[in-house]
Design a protein around this ligand. Sequence first.
Ligand SMILES: Nc1nc2c(c(=O)[nH]1)N[C@H]1C(S)=C(S)[C@@H](COP(=O)(O)O)O[C@H]1N2
Ligand SMILES: [Mo]
Length: 394
Amino acid sequence: MEKIDLRRRHLLAGTAGAAALMASGVRVSAQEADAGPLPEYVEFKDADALIIHSNNTIETKRDVFGVQPITSEHQLYVRNNVTPPDESIVADRDAWEVSIEGVANPGSVTVGDLKRMGVETVAMVLQCSGNGRAFFEHETSGTQWQTGAAGCVLWTGVPLRTVVENMGGVADGAQFVTGTGGEEIPEGPNAADVMVERSVPLDVLDSILLAWDMNGEPISLAHGGPLRMIVPGFTGVNNVKYIKRVAMTEVETDALIQSQRYRLVPLGESGSPEFPSVWQMEVKSWITGPLEDAASGMHQITGLAFGGINAIDSVEVSLDDGETWEDAQFVAPDLGRYAWRPFVLAKDLAPGSYRIVSRATDSEGNQQPEATEPNQSGYNHNGWRAPGVDVTIS
Ligand SMILES: Nc1nc2c(c(=O)[nH]1)N[C@H]1C(S)=C(S)[C@@H](COP(=O)(O)O)O[C@H]1N2
Ligand SMILES: [Mo]
């Protein structure tokens, strides 16, 4: 996977130059030859809407989003750190068991049990921690995601708080919620290096869902069926698929994916628990159209904005790379704190060259920075300048 990404970066750098690559993320995605056919577990998806980086890293093309408030499962990105489990785990969904630990009365519950305990729906931006990695200026290993390792989807499930209360409440001393993925990991000394197990702070317990439906349908295997832990406002990796164990723990898991990976590490250093974990998402936006050169006249300049852990408040658009800004309007209904909102600015564009960027502000007054402070692995990109779009109007 890493090889493919590096090769692609060099190829592009060779033709257009690294700076041009950074400046023209959009065209890169539009013209890029796809890596191959969709792997079997995501065969149902719309191949034309996707950039296939590898079997386990598939991105939504930027122009596909448009002003959609909810991303279709056929267009939603996919990211797996290890090979997904066999399709047979979704054959009898209600029989899937999840072990609940770190409560007064620990035990196993089935999805069927959970469905009788409670139900809620949340609209949430699911975004990979590495979304926008390609926009950092430093060299990063890992998938060169642009804007498309994100989507806004509806999750339906039972609040974890309800499950925990049914089992006697949180055990004394717990400080984290630790979720374990249902992949088959060969037993042995290296299991912790491979397993997908993530811990998030216990203080977000009230927003967590154990979800069985996505966008009103049973969650596909690709997206974590039969059961997924949903942590609204937290990056993708914290939303553990095929969840088989949820534990209220005193300490964070020592799985490598928590202890060393997904940390905000200064350039040149390696990951360790002393650095902040990639958890809450920050305010972010990007333009979804126009992405191509066009004729003069009326244009609807569109994009997506979200607040991450906070609600989105407002978004501005600039046609001159941030010299001057205008307020954009939200297009779709407000689907809540964790959802994104498509926006539009209607403009009569005269012939000329435009560099279109957007800049969002969340409900706490946090505004996207011009550039994101670099971190070694290129996580949490939310700078407004780099994802800009160059459009020539003639
Ligand atoms: N069990 C499990 N959960 C997982 C992963 C995984 O590999 N295994 N990948 C994580 C990462 S890094 C991301 S970005 C999201 C991707 O979710 P999606 O494939 O449904 O888009 O799932 C997260 N949850
Ligand atoms: Mo991710």
